[in-house]
Design a protein. Structure first.
Length: 344
């Protein structure tokens, strides 16, 4: 295989001059440039991109850390990331944080094996991200706010407006006449779930409902977790009539549980979720929800990372609006069918 030394000998120049002519042509004369070009062409020389990338500490890959690789929310998010990554000639590695910090996914960060990272995984602690983030490894977070322990010139954030989305969910359930509310939350360490709950409770507070008496049951953002949470609410014997689940998958599980217990939605119980996954519109009854712009979140995260890879620091965070999607599962006493969109 032809090497750069072979080209240097053929062009009667030094190895460093060949490197300059190929990668920084403005730094050599036109005559030298042409001599090197002819020699490289005659010898069919191809620069070693891998070796060059190692010297420049570039891998042309970025890591996307998700805490769940199977949920329907994530496929659209990944599509958004990849749509931008492809235009930048970057490869996205999608993974989840290892249980052991010495394993593969953490090594991508610790050893700088990627050029940047997008993080939606609470298992990677903020202190760790601050330790890993650098000029050579900028980070965009999707699951937490900047501030507190998460402060670095090389970390920025993208998020949907979870607080306002939860608030609008509460307003909508109240407007439909539901009063005995309950909240099916996500995992205790989920910042998104916490913000949705705060917004939801704010709407209830404004309506004079004592939120201290509103039960909060934690699920795990899965259908089975939503089923178990709804089952525990039914076990109390209290006729809850308005249920807000922190994501659509848990709302689907709650819907199945209610059906299994002979409770009708929305006649007996109004039910809504958050995310607007594709399945939500095809359920019976179709699911009222708050839409996150999932694809757009992926695009925005990648655009933030693009700025960081270009050398920008202290990049301001971005918050994207959500949309209230009104469907059958909360329309008690009204003609059902179709969807109503309300951007918030």
């Amino acid at each position: 295989m032809t090497t750069i030394r072979d080209v240097a000998r053929a062009a009667n120049v030094s190895v460093s001059t060949v490197s300059l002519a190929l990668h920084h042509p403005h730094r050599v004369s036109e005559e030298t440039r042409e001599r090197v070009r002819r020699a490289a062409e005659q010898l069919q020389y191809q620069p070693n991109g891998i070796a060059r990338d190692l010297r420049m500490r570039r891998t042309h890959t970025i890591a996307v850390f998700l805490h769940n690789l199977s949920g329907p929310f994530y496929s659209e998010l990944i599509s958004g990331v990849e749509s931008v990554a492809e235009t930048l000639a970057l490869t996205a590695i999608v993974t989840r944080a290892s249980v052991t910090k010495q394993q593969g996914s953490h090594r991508l960060l610790r050893e700088g094996r990627v050029d940047g990272a997008i993080v939606l995984d609470p298992h990677i602690e903020s202190e760790e991200l601050c330790r890993y983030a650098s000029e050579n490894l900028p980070v965009v977070v999707l699951d937490r706010a900047l501030g507190g322990v998460l402060q670095s010139d090389y970390i920025t954030a993208v998020a949907a407006d979870h607080l306002d989305g939860g608030y609008r969910a509460g307003q909508h359930l109240l407007a439909q006449g539901f009063r005995r509310m309950a909240f099916i939350a996500g995992p205790i360490d989920s910042e998104h779930s916490r913000l949705r709950q705060i917004g939801f409770f704010r709407a209830l507070d404004e309506a004079g409902i004592d939120t201290v008496k509103v039960p909060v049951v934690h699920g795990d953002f899965t259908e089975s977790g939503g089923y178990r949470a709804m089952d525990s609410l039914l076990d109390t014997g209290i006729p809850w009539d308005g249920i807000f689940a922190a994501n659509d998958e848990m709302a689907i599980g709650a819907l199945q549980c209610l059906t299994d217990h002979g409770r009708h939605v929305p006649e007996d119980v109004g039910l809504m979720g958050f995310d607007d996954i594709r399945l939500a519109r095809y359920l019976h009854p179709s699911l009222t929800t708050v839409r996150q712009p999932m694809y757009e979140l992926g695009v925005a995260a990648m655009r933030q990372l693009e700025k960081a890879l270009a050398g920008q620091t202290r990049i301001p965070p971005i918050t994207l609006p959500t949309t209230l999607i009104i469907r059958e599962s909360t329309q008690r006493g009204t003609q059902q069918g179709g969807s109503i969109h309300a951007t918030i």
